[in-house]
Design a binder for this molecule. Structure first.
Ligand code: HEC
Ligand code: HEC
Length: 123
């Protein structure tokens, strides 16, 4: 089964005023270097990217070199590709085919997911 990284869930998110301004200011070239995601337009990709920044609690430049999103120079981008694949495999194992596990499921707004709860304060 081919699992598409679903953006349907996110399609209803409202665009911020900043997003709209960026759109007016700059042309939005379509992606040229996608190996994992099935998105075809820049806005589709950027919506998925926002789930990454929210999931990991980072900015775009955590995975991207400045002003060149297509570049693979930042090694975190390749790590993220492996994570996308892992997440697609996990979701493919659920019988309903829904995207139940996301970056946030593990990362919870941090780059290094916790493997155990924080120790409770003494007393
Ligand atoms: C956790 C790492 C990560 C973060 C954070 C991230 N990206 Fe990405 N981005 C990726 C990966 C991985 C790809 C390539 C996906 C693929 O190969 O299908 C990508 C691809 C893209 C592309 C397509 C480039 C092309 O021409 O192929 C754009 C545009 C982009 N990201 C924009 C953004 C923006 C804007 C942000 C911040 C809102 C952002 N990214 C944050 C990992 C990240
Ligand atoms: C099943 C749990 C899980 C999910 C889901 C998950 N990750 Fe991760 N991720 C991890 C773990 C655990 C690590 C730390 C691995 C290590 O230290 O070797 C990690 C590390 C990373 C790193 C490297 C962080 C660093 O400090 O170098 C990136 C980037 C990343 N994940 C991106 C993503 C993205 C993007 C997604 C969603 C597409 C995602 N992850 C979903 C568990 C997960």
């Amino acid at each position: 089964m081919r699992l598409i990284f679903s953006i349907a869930l996110l399609a209803s998110l409202p665009l911020s005023a900043q997003d709209k301004q960026e759109k007016l200011a700059k042309p939005q070239p379509n992606p040229t270097n996608l190996k994992m995601l099935k998105a075809t337009t820049r806005p589709e990709v950027v919506q998925i990217m926002r789930t990454f920044t929210a999931g990991l609690g980072t900015q775009c430049n955590y995975c991207h070199v400045q002003d060149n999103f297509a570049s693979d120079e930042n090694p975190k981008k390749e790590t993220a590709r492996h994570m996308i694949q892992m997440v697609q495999e996990i979701n493919g194992k659920f019988p309903d085919g829904k995207m139940l596990v996301t970056c946030y499921t593990c990362h919870r707004g941090e780059t290094q997911p916790k493997t155990a709860p924080e120790p409770k304060p003494a007393g």
